[in-house]
Design a protein around this ligand. Structure first.
Ligand code: UDP
Ligand code: MG
Length: 309
């Protein structure tokens, strides 16, 4: 079964056209899950109409606008397919690319990501930051993709069920699934200019993306062992401090010089303190991580209504 997950925020005009196109492309066992992310333009009413006629269309309506990541996350948690396709609701992604993604997935990949090679968005505010961001994300995460920002992707659903998403994390799904050993491929997909509605993002997104990169890097490498990060730095400080102190002791006891006024004394004391602090922070972080994993049931969104689910 295939689940198509579509986040939609104020996309009233686009939904019926998208739905038509999807039904042309999809056949057999599938479901389309629209997540209405607190739209105020009547998107929900349009979705409700469609879902009443077509039971394969399912709708989740959020209480308020929680953002694209939460919308996709809710879709993943309700999806029943063994393959999940994500795409934008704004007709910029083309449903006709879905069969291509599925074909690639069958070649033995766990995630196939779309690459909007000929992207129809403004150059300065969107395409240029995107080129830079993709380069940095690829370098930092070690997962080389041309287009992290493209929502049109196909996943084996096991990859997504265990993931917890928040903030703007949907952009990093390839890097996050890599932790689970996912085999990732990229194929060129079509892209169209937005005809109806407005883009929900501007240039301000770039800064958030960069902060998220740091977070993803940390989560990917150290979430299970924060003690290593803090402990390592703490250990270095502690060793340097102890060595300096040993040297001062030697000077005091064997050379019988006064050490009371030496900056090195203060430095070694500080260094030892910093080392102890860092190591204990590491221990506390370890405890927090364990609690964090135990309290995973919390959901980062509140659902107002569900249809056909
Ligand atoms: N979206 C959402 N919640 C938000 C912002 C966006 O569900 O808070 C949806 C939006 O309706 C669209 C997709 O996420 O289906 C991508 O948004 P948009 O087209 O504005 O982004 P762009 O293509 O300009 O990067
Ligand atoms: Mg768009």
């Amino acid at each position: 079964m295939i689940s198509v997950v579509i986040p939609a925020y104020n996309e009233r005009e686009n939904i019926p056209i998208l739905y038509e196109k999807l039904t042309k492309v999809l056949d057999g066992d599938y479901e389309i899950i629209f997540v209405d992310d607190g739209s105020k333009d009547g998107t929900f009413e349009v979705l409700k109409d469609i879902a009443q006629k077509d039971k394969q269309v399912k709708v989740i309506r959020f209480k308020r606008n929680y953002g694209q990541t939460a919308a996709m996350y809710a879709g993943f948690q309700h999806a029943r397919g063994d393959v999940i396709i994500t795409m934008d609701a704004d007709l910029q992604n083309d449903p006709e690319d879905i069969p291509l993604l599925l074909k690639k997935l069958e070649e033995g990949y766990d995630l196939v990501s779309g690459w909007r090679k000929d992207r129809k968005d403004p150059f300065l505010s969107r395409k240029l930051p995107s080129v830079i961001a993709n380069w940095i994300i690829s370098k930092v995460t070690g997962v080389y993709l041309h287009d992290y920002g493209c929502t049109l992707k196909a996943y084996r659903s096991e990859l997504l069920k265990e993931l917890e998403l928040y903030g703007d994390m949907h952009r990093f799904l390839p890097a996050l699934t890599k932790r689970q050993g996912a085999k990732i491929a990229e194929i060129v997909v079509r892209h169209h200019p937005r005809l109806y509605g407005r883009s929900k993002y501007g240039i301000g997104r770039t800064v958030r993306v960069i902060l998220d990169i740091l977070l993803v890097k940390f989560l990917n490498e150290y979430i299970n062992k924060p003690m290593y990060v803090f402990g390592f730095v703490g250990f270095v400080f502690l060793s340097v401090g102890l060595l300096a102190l040993a040297y001062l002791l030697f000077v005091k006891l064997f050379l019988e010089e006064s050490i009371g006024g030496r900056p090195l004394l203060i430095l070694s004391a500080l260094s030892i303190l910093a080392g102890i602090q860092l190591i204990s922070t590491g221990i506390i972080a370890e405890l927090l991580v364990r609690i964090y994993y135990r309290s995973k049931e919390d959901k980062p969104y509140i659902i107002d209504q569900k249809i056909n689910l």
